[in-house]
Design a protein around this ligand. Structure first.
Ligand SMILES: *Cc1c(COP(=O)(O)O)cnc(C)c1O
Length: 349
């Protein structure tokens, strides 16, 4: 099957009209990898939905393609978003592909270098707001209301609609849902979208049960685990550094109806998981994306991970976006003289 992008592949399941432009950067259709080493270690059948292989390197492309296509259809003059990084990269890319101006509001000094470079290079007008993500989002909503701009944050219902495609692809490939689906939670849109995607497939008879949904937050930014909003969220996993998740209610419902759970992990546990995933499986995901693996390891250590279940972990973003998160925490390359003697001494297995 050739890659066609989300809009063409799931045309019948998405709110498209004849007038919706069939925008595509060939998003979606990402690999479902079997993680054999880590799975054996954890005593489960562990699969990873490798969404860091989307066009801009994160799952955000799944919903952005639909949100921007709809903005074009509805005659918006520009698109605007607030972002911890990946939303802006995606909005800027689809804005460029669609030929519509894009404004991006970022929390100043809190965005990973790779993501900032993307937004700038794709030609968005990037504004660094003094304040955190939650404040940037308030301002983006204001901008959308005051000007004829389409807000393409996950408040935009088309974003979550497009993100349902992640659940659909997993079911299409496995022919049945996994026992558990585990993913990182920031603004809580993606977990809500997965739930809606699985529920839709159950409604049309493609699957007969829902997977249990597990949402993982960082300890310093865990409003859904704690049960109250956090004014100053802190974590090196910048993609989930959010204290007031917009889709909190939907996410709580998702966890409730699927009998799942919210969990949290420390930044150190996230970095350990990131290394284990890279060195154990050859998969480099950004810190936020590794929170689920950290949580699975923690559950295993606590004896709370059932043996033999099939678990799909969503790797939401590509590790190359944020090398700074790891580069200071791993040993730097060993420097040697440019001689065979020096090299030969270093080639011990
Ligand atoms: C956006 C993002 C998240 C959080 O997703 P929400 O829908 O905001 O919960 C997690 N990981 C990565 C890499 C992201 O870009």
């Amino acid at each position: 099957m050739t890659r066609k992008g989300i809009l063409a592949t799931y045309e019948k399941f998405l709110p498209l009209t004849e007038k919706t432009p069939r925008l595509s950067l060939c998003e979606g259709d990402t690999p479902l990898l079997s993680l054999r080493h880590l799975g054996t270690e954890l005593g489960i059948d562990l699969l990873a939905k490798y969404d860091g292989l989307n066009p801009t390197g994160s799952f955000k492309d799944r919903g952005m393609v639909l949100a921007v296509a709809k903005a074009l259809e509805e005659g918006a003059r520009a698109i605007v978003c607030a972002s911890t990084g990946n939303t802006s990269a995606s909005a800027a890319a689809y804005g460029a592909a669609a030929g519509i101006p894009c404004f991006v509001l970022l929390p100043a000094g809190q965005v990973a270098a790779g993501k900032l470079a993307q937004a700038l290079l794709y030609g968005a007008r990037v504004l660094a707001v003094r304040g955190n993500f939650d404040r940037a989002l308030e301002l983006a909503r204001l901008a959308a209301g005051e000007r004829e701009m389409a807000l393409v944050n996950s408040l935009n219902p088309y974003r979550l609609f497009g993100q349902r495609s992640g659940a659909w692809e997993i079911c299409d490939e496995l022919c049945s849902p996994p026992d558990w689906l585990i993913l990182p939670v920031g603004n809580a849109g993606n977990i809500s979208a997965y739930c809606a995607g699985f529920e839709f497939y159950r409604e049309i008879g493609r699957i007969d049960k829902l997977p249990r949904l597990f949402g993982v937050q960082a300890d310093g930014a865990a409003p859904l685990v704690r049960g109250f909003e956090i004014d100053t969220p802190e974590t090196l996993a910048t993609a989930i550094r959010i204290g007031r998740p917009v889709s909190a209610d939907k996410a709580r419902r998702a966890v409730e109806v699927t009998k799942g759970q919210f969990l949290s992990v420390t930044d150190d546990e996230i970095l350990d998981a990131q290394r284990a995933l890279a060195s154990g499986e050859g998969v480099f995901a950004e810190p936020a994306s590794c929170a689920p693996l950290a949580a699975l390891r923690k559950l295993k250590a606590q004896g709370k991970l059932p043996e033999g279940i099939r678990v799909v972990m969503v790797l939401t973003g590509n590790g190359l976006k944020d090398p700074d998160a790891v580069i200071h925490r791993i040993p730097l390359p060993e420097e040697i003289d440019g001689t065979w003697e020096a090299l030969s001494a270093a080639l011990e297995l």
